[in-house]
Write a protein that binds this ligand. Structure first.
Ligand code: NAI
Length: 253
């Protein structure tokens, strides 16, 4: 195996892993030797995907974790320590979108829901991952922000607020824990063809959305996960505090 992507023996915890980026990342890390704790609010879904990965011979445990609950995030990290003795990689991926609507229609309930999952959920994950990584003297955290975390997202203002906050958490964490050898980065994908997008956009709408990108198309989940693997690579040892756009050129235009 190419040493750049050799995760043999690395212990990773991933939130929101029942489907989409989280599931694909778990499959790719398992193929490359990682031991996994996968979690999701969708308990049945996460157990099903973990069973599929376990059938390939990988070491994996699945559990329900609602990232908006601090205790659930603690339990996820505790499970990794109990089962595998450490946490090398924390991926705070769970997130939700909201219905597109103008900023002046966004009410407090939408804001609270966005912040509970997309912001507090990331902080809770980081908190317990970092507590363990400090004991180990090393670790790598990857938060999933969005292009909506870098620029404005018309009709997605609450999501954009929340994803900007993830970037604040990522950069602050990188500065606070650089000396402790804990790398903290984020990815900022443009619209990508997971259920989050295909649930609301049919092929015609996907085509229209894709025309906003210089590459004239939306992202494929495997293209996002390839970059997640590279950022988490055990060979990627000097990069921290970065929020990397994976966007078909949108941010360059
Ligand atoms: P997805 O909808 O396929 O997967 C999200 C997963 O998170 C689901 O399995 C869901 O059950 C889980 N989840 C939802 N609420 C949760 C909670 N409270 N606790 C734990 N798990 C919960 O979506 P996708 O695309 O894989 O999204 C992953 C991340 O990527 C999210 O943070 C999303 O905001 C972000 N993202 C997605 C983009 C896209 O176009 N697909 C673009 C930019 C960012």
């Amino acid at each position: 195996m190419d040493p750049l992507l050799n995760f043999t023996g690395k212990v990773a915890v991933i939130t929101g892993a029942a489907q989409g980026f989280g599931k694909l990342l778990a499959q790719e890390l398992a193929k490359r030797g990682a031991k996994l704790v996968v979690s999701d609010i969708n308990e049945q879904g996460v157990h099903q995907m973990a069973d599929e990965i376990a059938a390939t011979g990988a070491e994996i445990i699945a559990m329900k974790c609602d990232v908006s609950k601090s205790d659930d995030c603690k339990a996820m990290v505790d499970a990794a320590i109990e089962e595998f003795g450490r946490v090398d990689i924390g991926v705070n991926n769970a997130g939700i979108a909201h219905e597109f609507m103008p900023l002046h229609d966004i009410d407090e309930a939408i804001l609270d829901h966005q912040f509970a999952i997309n912001v507090k959920g990331v902080q809770f994950g980081m908190r317990y991952q970092i507590q363990q990584m400090l004991k180990q003297g090393e670790g790598a955290i990857l938060n999933v922000s969005s292009m909506a975390g870098i620029g404005g997202a018309p009709r997605g203002s609450a999501y954009s607020m929340a994803k900007h906050a993830v970037i604040g958490l990522t950069k602050t964490g990188a500065v606070e824990y650089g000396r402790s050898n804990i790398r903290i980065n984020a990815i900022c994908p443009f619209f990508t063809l997971t259920a989050m997008v295909t649930n609301f956009a049919d092929k015609e709408m996907q085509g229209k959305m894709g025309r906003n990108a210089p590459m004239n198309r939306l992202g494929e989940p495997k293209e996002i996960v390839a970059m997640m693997l590279m950022i988490l690579s055990p060979a990627n040892t000097y990069m921290t505090g970065q929020c990397i756009a994976i966007d078909g050129g949108v941010s360059a235009a």
